[in-house]
Ligand binder design. Structure first.
Ligand code: CO8
Length: 260
C-alpha cells in the first residue's frame, strides 16, 4: 500500500512539512495513525528538525477525523487497539518538542480538529465552505475528556461548552472569531504563511519555548497518561454498545446519502 503520509525535511531551515495524502478524506484509520506516529517519532528524534507543519494534499479536506469504519462493527480488541493509536497520536503531537503549525487547507471535523488544536498554531484557508470543530455529539458519540481539555485550553471554557454540547462545526471565519484557529489566509497562501510563521517561532530559543510549552500542557497530558487504560476500556465499552453502533450507522448513511 502506498504511504498515507509524506514528510519533507528542509535541513537548511530545520522545518519539516508533513503532508497527509490518504484519499478520499484523510480519515484517521489505525494504519494512518500508526504511520503518522512513526513519522512524528522520527522527526522528534532528529535533532536537525525543530519545526513541523502539518497539511493535506487533498483539495477541500484537511482530515475528516477518525475513520468511522474503525469504530463500526469491529471487535472490542480491535477497537481497543485503534483507541490506543488515537491516544498515541495526540500524546505525541500535543507534547511535541517541535514547534508545530497546522496549515488547515480544507475541512477539519472531529479528529481533524483534535489534530489541529494539538499544534501550537493554526492557519486556515479563508474559505467559508471549510469547517472545523468537535462535532462528536452530532454522531451520537461523546468527545473524551482529553479532547475537551485540549479545546478548553484553546478557546476557553464557555466557547468549548457551547461547541461540544451542540457538536458545532465552525466555518473558517467563525472559527477565527472564537479563536479555534489563529489566522485565515487565502487558500494558495496557507503553506507559505505557515513557513513564514514558523520562522518566527524558531527565532525563540528552543529550550525556553519547550519548557514553556511543557508548563502549559503537561497537566493536560499527565491526566491522560495516568488514565490511559481506563480511557481505552471506557471507549471500547461505549463504542460497542448497540445503541451507539446504530447512531454510527445512521450517520454513515446520512454521509452517503448527502452525496449526489
Ligand atoms: N470516516 C470514514 N469514512 C469517511 C469519513 C470518516 N470520518 N468521512 C467521510 N468518509 C467517506 C464518506 O462516507 C464518503 O465515502 P463514499 O465515497 O464511499 O460514499 C467519502 O469518505 C467521501 O466523503 P464525502 O463525499 O462526504 O466528501 P466531501 O468532500 O463532500 O466532504 C467532509 C468531506 C467534510 C470531511 C465530510 O466527508 C464529512 O463531514 N465527514 C464526516 C466527518 C466526521 O463527522 N467525522 C467524525 C469522525 S469521529 C471522530 O473523529 C472523533 C470520535 C471520538 C470518539 C469518541 C467516542 C467515545
Amino acid at each position: 500500500t502506498s504511504p498515507k503520509i509524506k514528510v519533507d525535511l528542509d535541513s537548511s531551515t530545520g522545518v519539516a512539512v508533513l503532508r497527509m495524502q490518504s484519499p478520499p478524506v484523510n480519515s484517521l484509520s489505525l494504519d494512518f495513525l500508526t504511520e503518522f506516529c512513526i513519522n512524528l517519532e522520527k522527526l522528534e528524534m532528529d535533532r536537525s528538525c525543530r519545526g513541523l507543519i502539518i497539511t493535506s494534499t487533498l483539495s477541500k479536506v484537511f482530515s475528516a477525523g477518525l475513520d468511522i469504519m474503525e469504530m463500526y462493527g469491529k471487535s472490542p480488541e480491535r477497537c481497543g487497539e485503534f483507541w490506543k493509536a488515537v491516544q498515541e497520536m495526540w500524546l505525541k503531537l500535543y507534547g511535541s518538542n517541535m514547534a508545530t503549525i497546522a496549515a488547515i487547507n480544507g475541512s477539519s471535523p472531529a479528529g481533524g480538529c483534535l489534530m489541529s488544536i494539538g499544534c501550537d498554531y493554526r492557519i486556515m484557508a479563508d474559505n467559508p465552505r471549510y469547517s472545523i470543530g468537535l462535532n462528536e455529539t452530532q454522531l451520537g458519540i461523546v468527545a473524551p475528556f482529553w479532547f475537551k481539555d485540549t479545546l478548553v485550553n484553546t478557546v476557553g471554557n464557555r466557547a468549548a461548552e457551547l461547541s461540544l454540547e451542540l457538536g458545532l462545526l465552525y466555518s473558517a471565519p467563525d472559527a477565527l472569531k472564537i479563536g479555534l484557529v489563529d489566522q485565515l489566509v487565502p487558500e494558495d497562501q496557507v503553506l507559505s504563511t505557515a513557513q513564514d510563521t514558523m520562522s518566527k517561532w524558531l527565532a525563540v530559543p528552543d529550550h525556553a519555548r519547550q519548557i514553556t510549552k511543557s508548563m502549559m500542557r503537561k497537566q493536560t497530558i499527565d491526566k491522560l497518561l495516568s488514565n490511559r487504560e481506563a480511557d481505552i476500556t471506557n471507549f471500547v465499552s461505549f463504542i460497542t454498545k448497540d445503541s451507539i453502533q446504530r447512531s454510527l450507522r445512521m450517520y454513515l448513511e446520512m454521509l452517503k446519502s448527502r452525496k449526489a
